[in-house]
Design a protein around this ligand. Structure first.
Ligand code: NDP
Length: 283
């Protein structure tokens, strides 16, 4: 019998790292598809990032994820960037191609892939709450997927202005900035309303974006990036007003699917990953 005790190595560098659930869904997919690989969650301090990347290369890792606080800093340790990672200016998935480390960004792509199961974003008018790292990735991918208008609604102008400039300069979408007023009214012609803030994330599960709920219409799709809990107050209120909804677990799962495709070439089953994630999160 031929044996192989040497799995392909993948993983995640983050700090803090202990509450990152990605390992559960990725290793569930590896097991389900008989992929001889492991996914190791590593807590890496910012000052040690370069050593960690060189260590992964020395050990023959096939790729890894970077989470906070490394998504921008890791770029200095890579050999190249994929197209959307270059526009976004941040990386969350590193792929070894030949002997080069290439940085990709799957945050936004995971969202768009999950969204496509409900609607094609091409030509759609988007209202997006938030302008942080996740919002930036999602907005760029929506624009690259052909969204026609992106209204960025954010508390601080400082964070939103560079995102709106980036979208207008680097993509074909028309972007505009709204400094978040109290009880924001979603424009009637909006097609997709996205919560890309951290409002509603565990343990602050009662939080919801400050919007006039009466302005949510059944013609709209409401999407939330918050993975835990997947059914946020925002999504519950939107569903009660007839909107179709999309939760943050779909985005997380699709990022995993894309990452594993990059690393192994295998298209894994998102249902297996979603179940593993829901099991560990207890949702
Ligand atoms: P950041 O810290 O970079 O950005 C947070 C954003 O939320 C900012 O726009 C901030 O506004 C806004 N915000 C936070 N609190 C409030 C508040 N009380 N009122 C108004 N605005 C507020 O975070 P990330 O972009 O990295 O992540 C955002 C969320 O996306 C997180 O909850 C994360 O869980 C989720 N996420 C989900 C993923 C998935 O796969 N499902 C992947 C990545 C992230 P301001 O600029 O004014 O501070």
């Amino acid at each position: 019998m031929s044996v192989d005790f040497l799995p392909k190595l993948t993983g995640c560098f983050a700090m803090p790292a202990a509450e990152n659930p990605t390992v559960a869904m990725v290793e569930a997919a590896y097991r389900h598809h008989n992929i001889h690989a492991r996914y190791i969650t590593c807590e890496v301090a910012p000052a040690a990032l370069g050593d960690a990347v060189r260590g992964a290369k020395a050990m023959g890792w096939i790729g890894f994820n970077c989470s906070l606080p490394h998504k921008v800093a890791v770029i200095d340790h890579l050999d190249g960037l994929g197209d959307s990672a270059a526009v976004i200016g941040a990386v969350n998935t590193i792929v070894r191609r030949d002997d080069r480390w290439i940085g990709e960004n799957t945050d936004g792509r995971g969202f768009v892939e999950a969204l496509r199961a409900v609607v094609d974003p091409a030509g759609k008018r988007i209202v997006m709450f938030g302008a942080g790292g996740a919002a930036r990735a999602v907005a760029v991918e929506l624009a690259l997927a052909g969204a026609s208008r992106i209204t960025v609604v954010n508390r601080s102008r400082d964070r939103a202005a560079p995102l709106v400039t980036l979208l207008n300069e680097k993509t074909k979408a028309k972007a505009e900035l709204v400094e978040w007023p109290r009880a924001y009214r979603v424009p009637e012609d909006a097609d997709i309303v996205v919560n890309a803030t951290s409002i509603g994330l565990f343990p602050n599960v009662d939080g919801r974006p400050d919007i006039d709920l009466g302005s949510l219409l059944p013609s709209m799709i409401a999407a939330d990036l918050i993975p835990n809990p997947p059914r946020t107050v925002f999504l519950k209120e939107a569903a009660a007003r007839g909107c179709r909804t999309l939760d943050g677990l779909g985005m997380l799962v699709n990022q995993g699917v894309i990452g594993i495709r990059y690393w192994t070439g295998v298209d894994v089953d998102p249902v297996v990953m979603r179940k593993a994630l829901a099991d560990v999160l207890g949702v």
